[in-house]
Design a protein around this ligand. Sequence first.
Ligand code: URA
Length: 282
Amino acid sequence: MSVGYTERQQAMLQEMGIRVWVPPRVEVAEAAVPVVDVVVEGVGARVRGHDERGDVVARVVEVSAPVSGTVPEPVSELVPASVVALRSTGVAAMDWDALRAAVSSCRACTLCERRKQTVFGVGHPQAQWMLIGEAPGEQEDLQGEPFVGKAGQLLDNMLRAVGLTRSEAPAHEQVYIANVLKCRPPQNRNPEPQEVAQCEPYLLRQIALVQPKLILAMGRFAVQSLLKTAEPIGRLRGRVHEVQGVPVVVTYHPAYLLRNPLDKARSWEDLCLAREVMARAG
Ligand code: URA
């Protein structure tokens, strides 16, 4: 395992705002401090970082593009925000293939231990509408596609009502659907903040690659994590928000609508607002 790094690697780490630290002896350094493994595939580097006096210290321990070989253990302890930021930088540089590969091999949180497979997203890679839900459920975990259970059937019907589909169609008709989490939480429990934080770079990169004209955020978790707010959906509906320069319309989760069918009328209002935003965008 090489502990050296080239000028290019040094420049890369400097770009990321990371102080490079070279231990005099690798074995001592590894044993002496609690460390968190971080894989930054987009920049072709494997980095070991730890929080020391509040700083992230990073060291290139292996360089290859893309990263291959041993899969790191899942990170079960609290990961410093700065280490998450380091991962984000790598993910933000990925193209579709690299992103898909990074998601399917992701072990950044313990959800990886029980998933059958990751659930990346489905639809047109340049869709005008992007729909964002919470996390895969049992069926999604089995089939590897978002919203394939009962909630998905309702979603498909809602999409049909406004002339949209997830099936193959031109970019103005075919949506792109993704979730905040790419792995199923056990027993469909609520996502943990730590899991949302680890998965967020993937979703942000999907948004950047699709460059939709509109995002429809469905359900409390998608809405609150995208908009970085604790406000309830009821207070966020009916107006247009923004994420990464993309207008965001907020609506109820289809699974909630299955339990509360009276709110389908409100969700129809939300779809109409979304259509208005699209019409204004031309
Ligand atoms: N609920 C979600 O939020 N996403 C899915 O993919 C399925 C159910």
